[in-house]
Design a protein around this ligand. Structure first.
Ligand code: GCB
Length: 616
């Protein structure tokens, strides 16, 4: 009996009191909760010198500067004409949220700093109700004020957070003000040096969630590695302990029920009913799940499958699988993406992957993507690699950086661990080997294993390439490989480095580990419409296509290779890419242009995947 609470503390650290998250609640499937969608029209005001927070000597901002003050500035001035205000949120410019500020005004493309957002909303809470402000993502630091009071601060641009506002709301009109600061420093995750556009602002929905006094904060419904159905439910509220809970899957006639423990956590398991159809990319079967506890109930839609590693093989539902994938950034199609990912925008991208490329896998690079996208992957049947932006240059020795990465990882895992599509959690991309990096990443790997024992851990690693006695050899030597379930490498032979494209297929691979490998990236830049029939010129469609042909031939000679996600589906904004003819601020390694035009290499990969699928 004593073992049970220990296990629960492992899987549900916050409910068991060991919170490392910056925010107070998880609110599984927040979009399905009663409440109000606060997306839509907000006013905004840029604040490059952070005047809304601090005076020019660093003291707290004075009356005429506090953008979070809910009073009507015009009314105050009417009453006290001598008062000086240098902002007025009610009369500031308007924009539509969610969406980065690159979409508010073209002038803000390279702005990295503070922007204030403000709007009114109506509330009328019953006595036994609680309210939370749930924010899907705000990049990078968000300060949340309700009716002038700071209710919380959150760091990290890609994961959801929620703050309780029950006691801050009044009946009738309320104001919410968000100060979102996109500035990052060397201790941020990621640091300021990335190969993608920052997209500061509020990029995912803001929702006022209303729940009963004791409510279901978190529900995790899954298939265990042993093929059983398991549920873990955490309640929050005065009656969270010893409370009846039921998790129903009506189509399977399955109900898991019992009571929460003294920490408000319920755990149960049952054999999988015979009629259960497992989720797979070919048949992405999802089941409606209803979670009930006292006055609260929560709908989910869940697929059941197993994923495991056996030797050099990757097994989905016990069968070997090859991951026919592609990478994708969170950027909608079009000339001016603003990271406003609607369901339609996500569907357009994933359809190109699933139907256009004949793929079964997508690497959602380099940070957690919108919940909408991951839910669509569940529905459409695409396996998902999910990652946090522990990317390139991180302050490995810095405690705050580690704490931020851990929080981000936890928020990501807890948001998406009901998604059958997600099979891999990645903890880093192209990070330099070293003792401090190893310790940092091992901490994250341990966190993943503590939070989720139904998925695999990976990281995109660097490799060693050399030419020896005329032989071209790439070796996987990163010591972190020992800690991973699946090794992954980014391989740009023929693009970066001196190797001529026609020799890429000669490259041999060596691994001293008995583990599956994924090519987490390879590729080449190409400007759609720029042609060089001899395939010699970088940035021509032909050169990119040739890199694909050569790399795919090389891949066929790697016996332990079990998947690939070339770089990348679509050209994406990257301010570091400034060749005036070929790049113009875009990374051109997309298989389609920013407007969706397919390049020659698209067909090369699509044919390769089609053949591979036919041969299965
Ligand atoms: C990489 C990075 C990716 C870059 C890509 C490139 O290895 O992981 O973020 O965008 O290479 O285009 O160089």
């Amino acid at each position: 009996m004593r073992l049970v609470p220990i296990l629960i503390a492992f899987l549900f650290p916050v409910a068991a009191g060991a919170a490392s998250a910056q925010s107070g609640a998880v609110l599984t499937h927040a979009a399905a909760r009663e409440g109000q969608d606060l997306s839509g029209s907000w006013t905004y005001s840029i604040d490059p010198s952070r005047d809304g927070l601090y005076g020019f000597h660093g003291s707290p901002a004075g009356e005429g500067h506090q953008r979070f003050d809910p009073r009507d500035v015009e009314a105050v001035i009417r009453e006290r004409p001598e008062a000086l205000f240098e902002y007025d949120m009610r009369r500031a410019a308007r924009t539509t949220l969610p969406g980065s500020w690159t979409g508010h005004d073209p002038e803000l493309r390279h702005y990295e700093g503070l922007v204030w957002y403000d709007r009114a909303f109506e509330a009328n809470l019953e006595d036994d109700e609680r309210a939370f402000l749930h924010i899907g993502a705000a990049n990078y630091t968000a300060r949340v004020y309700v009716n002038g009071e700071l209710v919380g601060t959150h760091r990290g641009g890609f994961t959801p957070f929620a703050f309780e506002v029950t006691d801050r709301l009044v009946d009738g009109e309320n104001r919410v003000t968000l100060g979102v600061d996109s500035a990052r420093d060397e201790t941020s995750i990621p640091s300021p040096v990335t190969d993608w556009e920052t997209y500061g602002g509020i990029t995912r929905p803001v929702r006022l969630v209303i729940v009963p006094e004791t409510f279901i904060d978190e529900a995790w419904v899954r298939m265990t590695q042993e093929g059983r159905i398991a549920a873990t439910v955490a309640l929050d509220g005065p009656e969270a302990a010893q409370r009846p809970v039921a998790v129903r899957v009506p189509e399977l006639d399955l109900t898991l029920q019992g009571s929460t423990n003294r920490n408000g956590v319920f755990e149960a398991e049952a054999p999988a009913p015979e009629r259960l159809r497992r989720w797979s990319p070919e048949a992405p079967r999802l089941y409606d799940v209803q979670i009930e506890a006292g006055a609260d109930s929560l709908p989910e839609r869940v697929g059941f499958r197993t994923i495991e590693v056996r030797g050099e093989k990757l097994l989905l539902n016990g069968e070997p699988i090859f991951l026919r994938g592609i990478c994708m950034h969170e950027e909608e199609l079009g000339r001016d993406p603003a990271r406003a990912i609607t369901e339609a925008a996500a569907r357009a991208l994933l359809t190109e992957i699933k139907d256009g490329l004949n793929a079964n896998f997508v690497r959602l690079a380099h940070y957690p993507h919108a919940e909408t996208t991951v839910r669509l992957a569940d529905e459409m049947g695409l396996l998902v690699w999910s990652e946090i932006p522990v990317y390139w240059r991180i302050a490995w020795e810095n405690d705050e950086a580690l704490a931020t990465a851990r929080t981000m990882l936890e928020e990501n895992v807890r948001r998406d661990r009901n998604r059958a599509s997600v099979i891999l959690w990645s903890v880093g991309n192209e990070t330099p080997v070293g003792e401090q990096r190893n310790a940092f990443l091992r901490r994250l790997i341990a966190d993943v294993r503590r939070l989720d024992d139904t998925r695999l851990v990976t990281a995109a690693l660097l490799t060693e390439f050399r030419e020896q006695d005329g032989e071209l050899l790439t070796r996987i030597t990163d010591p972190l490989t020992a800690d991973l379930d699946v090794m992954a490498v980014n391989a740009y032979h023929g693009w970066y480095g001196p190797l001529p494209v026609e020799r890429v297929s000669e490259v041999r691979w060596q691994s001293e580990w008995n583990k599956p490998l994924i090519f987490s990236e390879f590729g080449a830049g190409a400007l759609a419409g720029f042609h060089d029939p001899d395939s010699r010129q970088k940035f021509s469609e032909e050169y990119q296509a040739e890199i694909y042909r050569e790399t795919l031939e090389m891949a066929e000679g790697v016996p332990f290779l079990q998947g690939m996600s070339p770089w990348i589906l679509k050209d994406f904004r990257s301010p570091r890419r400034q060749h005036p003819v070929y790049q113009q601020g875009w990374n051109r390694k997309g298989l389609i242009s920013e407007t969706g035009e397919r390049k020659e290499a698209f067909g090369v990969l699509a044919d390769f995947y089609e053949e591979m699928e036919a041969e299965r």
